[in-house]
Design a protein around this ligand. Structure first.
Ligand code: GLN
Length: 492
């Protein structure tokens, strides 16, 4: 394995190379740091680099590899989205509000992946407070799509997706409140999994919408997603919404056939909102699964369109309460020379939060206010229930639901920045899954004019195993996940 090709290998390939002594964790970490040094100025996926700490962690991993105490992820480098609290390392949520915030503790996801022996290279760019679908609202500037530097990588975990696509690291973490793992995974040609709500602890993840937020793996392959999910999952006493359920061995079921499994195809996911070429790619992908013996079933998810309005009431409402903690008093940005308490609040928040975050706070506060609560928030909760019931009914007829992850491929930078509604439509196929708390996986399904398309697979609650099995079978059959952007190809 040449040093350059290392940064494009999968975590499982790297794991065997590390375990058989073909490479050391230090060499691998250096190769990743080198790829970042060469290409990050173009992509802007990484906003904090932890070079010295990464080398120290890699040395510790090499010791474990030598003394036989290493696990499957020992020595594998990864990047964390800058929404995860990392002890002694800046955690900004890409906001001026938290620009100087250095957490005193690790998020549970971070500490579990640390315990698993991964090497943290740094933190990735994102939309401010995870609100967005393009990674254009970051205080650190936009992230660019490695497949076309004039296009967005998707969002909000756009830095995480772009970093994996650009060959900076085999693994990154993301969070998904309405699509922020699956949509950027689709637009950057990588694999992204949003687990079932409650599968992964939210402790130490900066809160956006607490009933929707969930962390998950962003990887090259489904096989790697299974490995990473294994390390991330499980009950956490620090998060009362983490599920007290046994965590299955996600890798063990991967090689099971998919013959006999029923794939529900919702007609609402192939409506006028969907780019025709994307629809064609998704149908081709489904044909491959049929060749594996899976059966296609027509299903309905009648409240798909209402999902957008519902999500854009509930998510801002929860965000408005979660973000009330940034008051300029306790932590976060504080304005200069406040005249009184109200001036302190007003100017600290106006200066610290960007435009989209302020828009969400205003919408959310309005929807929760006494006169409008019943008309908006309560109504949205009722529609949320209908959306969950749609999925429940659909799963009486199928084992997995399939469709696109996003309505199109990556769009040019700036194309939707002035039109929040156009941006919100990016999530039409993903956000219902969050409203229902279900797991969703996006896997690469080919290229259109050189830009990636993602196939989304949606599962029953806590049935990541079937999703991963189907995604893995698809990747055994096709090689879409092996395609690389030429920019990163220059690095081989
Ligand atoms: N794009 C959606 C939003 O702006 C989803 C974001 C997310 O999943 N964090 O809210």
């Amino acid at each position: 394995m040449s040093l350059e090709s290392l940064t494009y290998a999968t975590a499982s390939e790297l794991s065997s190379a590390l375990h058989t002594g073909k490479i050391s964790a230090v060499e691998l970490t250096e190769a990743c740091l080198n790829a970042i040094a060469t290409h990050n100025s173009e992509v802007n996926a990484v906003i904090t680099l932890c070079e010295d700490a990464a080398i120290a962690e890699a040395k510790a991993a090499d010791l474990q590899l030598h003394n036989g105490s290493a696990g499957p992820l020992t020595g594998v480098p990864l990047l964390h989205k800058d929404i995860f609290c990392t002890r002694n390392v800046p955690t900004t949520c890409a906001s001026k509000m938290l620009r100087n915030f250095i957490p005193p503790y690790d998020a549970t996801v971070v500490s579990r992946l640390r315990t698993a022996g991964t090497v943290m290279l740094g933190k990735t760019n994102m939309d401010e407070f995870a609100m967005g679908s393009s990674t254009e609202t970051s205080v650190f500037g936009v992230t660019r799509n490695p497949w076309d530097l004039n296009c967005v990588p998707g969002g909000s975990s756009g830095g995480a997706a772009a970093a994996v696509a650009a060959g900076f690291a085999p693994l990154s973490t993301g969070t998904d409140t309405g699509g922020s793992i699956r949509q950027p995974a689709s637009l950057c040609g990588i694999t992204g999994l949003k687990p079932t709500y409650g599968r992964v602890s939210r402790l130490g993840i900066i809160a956006f919408a607490s009933s929707l937020d969930q962390a998950g793996p962003m990887t090259r392959t489904v096989e790697d997603a299974a490995l990473m999910l294994q390390a991330m999952s499980g009950i956490d006493a620090g998060d009362s919404t983490s599920a007290d359920l046994e965590v299955p061995d996600f890798s063990a079921g991967l090689n099971q056939p998919v013959a006999g499994l029923r794939i529900g195809v919702p007609k609402e996911y192939f409506s006028h909102n969907l780019d025709e070429q994307v629809a064609k790619k998704i149908h081709e992908a489904l044909d491959e699964l049929v060749k594996e013996g899976a059966e296609l079933v027509d299903i309905e998810l009648p409240h798909t369109e209402q999902g957008i309005a519902t999500y854009y009431i509930i998510a801002p409402a929860e965000a408005s309460t979660n973000l009330s903690r940034y008051d300029g008093v306790r932590f976060g940005h504080r304005c200069e020379n406040p005249e009184n308490l109200n001036d302190l609040y007003e100017r600290s928040r106006s200066e610290g939060f960007g435009e989209e975050v302020q828009r969400r706070i205003l919408v959310g506060t309005y929807a929760l206010s006494a006169g409008f609560y019943d008309a908006y928030f309560k109504k949205a909760q009722q529609v949320r229930r209908l959306i969950s019931e749609d999925f429940k009914k659909a799963f009486e007829h199928c084992d997995v639901i399939a469709g696109p992850a996003a309505p199109g491929t990556a769009f040019p930078l700036g194309a939707k920045s002035d039109d929040p509604l156009a941006m919100y439509l990016e999530d039409i196929y993903t956000l219902s899954v969050n409203l229902a708390g279900l797991p969703g996986l996006s896997v690469p399904a080919g290229l259109i004019n050189g830009m990636p398309v993602g196939l989304q697979l949606i599962g029953r609650a806590f049935d990541e195993t079937t999703l991963l099995r189907m995604g893995h079978r698809f990747q055994l059959r096709t090689n879409h996940h092996l395609a690389r952007p030429t920019m990163a190809g220059a690095n081989q």
